[in-house]
Write a protein that binds this ligand. Sequence first.
Ligand SMILES: Cc1cc2nc3c(=O)[nH]c(=O)nc-3n(C[C@H](O)[C@H](O)[C@H](O)COP(=O)(O)OP(=O)(O)OC[C@H]3O[C@@H](n4cnc5c(N)ncnc54)[C@H](O)[C@@H]3O)c2cc1C
Length: 679
Amino acid sequence: MQTRQIANQTIAFHCYNTVVVGAGAAGMNCAVHLCDFLEQKGITKPAERIAVITAGLGLGASRMSGSDKQTYYKIGTSPDIADSAEEFAKSLTAAGCCHGDLSLAEAIGSLREFYHLVQAGVPFPTDSMGTFIGYKTDHDPFERATSAGPKTSRFMSECLQRQLARYGVKIHDGQELVHLLTVGSGKTKRIAGVVTIDKSRLSDSSLAVSVFLAANIVLAAGGPGELYKTSVYPKGQLGIHGLAFKAGLTGANLTESQFGLASTKFRWNVSGTYMQAVPRLFSTDAGGKDEKEFLTGFFPTMSKMATNIFLKGYQWPFDPQRIEKLQSSLIDVLVFNETQKGRRVFMDFLHNPIGSDSMDEFDIEALEPEAKQYLQKAGALQKTPIERLAHMNPPAIEIYKENGIDLYSEPLEIAVCAQHNNGGFAVDKWWQSNVPQTFVIGEMAGTHGVKRPGGSALNAGQTGGLRAAEYIANVCGGELPDYSKAQAEIDRQLGDIVKRLGQHRNSSGPAPKQVLEEIRSRMTASGGHIRELNDAKKALKDAVTLYKNIQQKGLNAKDGQALLEAIQAEHLTLTSVAYLKAVVELLAQGSGSRGSHLVLSQDGVEIHADVIDQATGKPLKFKPENQSLRSSILQIEYDEGLPDLFRSTTVNVRPTPKDRKAFEPAWQDYREGKIYSSV
Ligand SMILES: Cc1cc2nc3c(=O)[nH]c(=O)nc-3n(C[C@H](O)[C@H](O)[C@H](O)COP(=O)(O)OP(=O)(O)OC[C@H]3O[C@@H](n4cnc5c(N)ncnc54)[C@H](O)[C@@H]3O)c2cc1C
């Protein structure tokens, strides 16, 4: 480490071959593989050439998020049901807008990465013969889903971190990203390093700026969780999308986020057994009074209502194609409907669903066959939901207990929350972005299509990291970079950053907290699971105005904490512009309702005669999906000269590769490194 004085600040400079931003399951895995690959290439101390940088080791979705049994989706390992990579890739691309080469790579890498996690110590359960036991999500016949319990992704990150510690890779913790340093332009443009503020050293006299230069950059900073007000992303999961857009990375499929029912006091998905236990759902007024069985008016029988509550377990994400004709996503609409009226919605595990006067009492025997047979097979025929949940999945109760909520004595408040972004940044089949030697993995990579099978995010994060590490070691090499010729360019950017931070300290612009609140409210209202073109256009305009205002005036950040929030607010504002621009462009293409969002339209399909549009007093109507758009992907690039700050383009989905070579020619390609082409 060296230090230099720039703009009256002492700046620490580190230099590595590869810097991985993010210490979640994806980033950790990539760093481990890179150590392995570099060692195999003859580099004796690979750990000295790699660094992981994170705003907080304990932060991020991998460490802090989960569900009743957090799912890892891999190729089926059942002893008697054959699966194949092609079949797996088909499941990933089924709902469209998903590149075939990426899905095949995720399929082929699936078992290798799964067994890597097993070796690392993740406790995926086996039977007495050593079979890794799987279960079905959404009728997948291959039982591809498996789980190490509610905290699968946390175990993954922790086990991989132990592997990294054995190598001795340095993790720079507490580093808030401020900027991605770029050098060159056009085809020679590179990201030369990342600039951070060391949160533990930030003071009135020092901005604690550090620079991590690297030949290769791996961005694994997760999804933009803090973008939404109603969110199950863990608090503090910000991401770095705005910074990556500014550095020239292209976004893809940003419109395709996943939303679903989650608890809000402790942010956790209420999927799987939480719903399969068939709890009572009720609403209250804002003060917790005036309990109401709000679902009863919308379902003709107790059987239908209770079966749909059950089905929400494995039909978890809100899905506009599962609303009509009393399907399970009607529940999400009704929960949202209640919260829109200012009411609160709760799950009550002490009581079975309560019906209206015209309904029968709850009876497991009267559930529709799918639900009844599942509960019979699971032996979950106990009298109350809490007993059924305790029977099927005691850790699902314990996780709430650990977080101060006793499901035996209190109801669980829920809402329809933002949970995952299927989109992110565009990558090639080696997870390299449009900027050479910058790779994007994990949730930050936009590799999923409109829908993804539950659990495939974790698989994608692992396989993407493996691919990036393999490419870096074999194509980019393990050397340290020399940016001496670009020193002036780097110093200029660092000078600008210091000046900008100083501007925030002296600004009378808006307070960062207020800006963050504004962004979140706007995104949940206009870029969430319910969308409408004119409303989205207005939201985009407001977001652009906010961004330009911040550029002009800065943010009012007098102390260290406020300065960190100012940095976050500034790049999150740009992120919100990018997401809203993508939403507007897709709606303008006539996309309709797809994935996990509903598009409202006056001439659309009625959701339910009793679900009323508050604005018109008439039944709410939605536009069905325009399936012709399934073969294309909407991309977004930052261009500060444009009125909306972003340019949108549409690319065709890349097909799933079909070429299979005989062993000898394939071996030759491998020996000669021809396999590392980007197409
Ligand atoms: C409630 C919930 C349940 C889920 N359940 C499942 C499931 O069952 N199956 C499945 O496949 N997926 C699931 N997901 C999605 C999955 O957990 C995530 O997509 C995945 O863990 C993301 O991993 P990652 O390594 O890409 O990013 P993360 O784990 O989010 O890590 C991001 C890292 O980047 C760092 N970082 C972020 N912003 C900054 C910044 N500004 N400066 C510096 N560092 C920064 C963070 O500190 C962290 O180290 C779930 C998600 C949620 C929220």
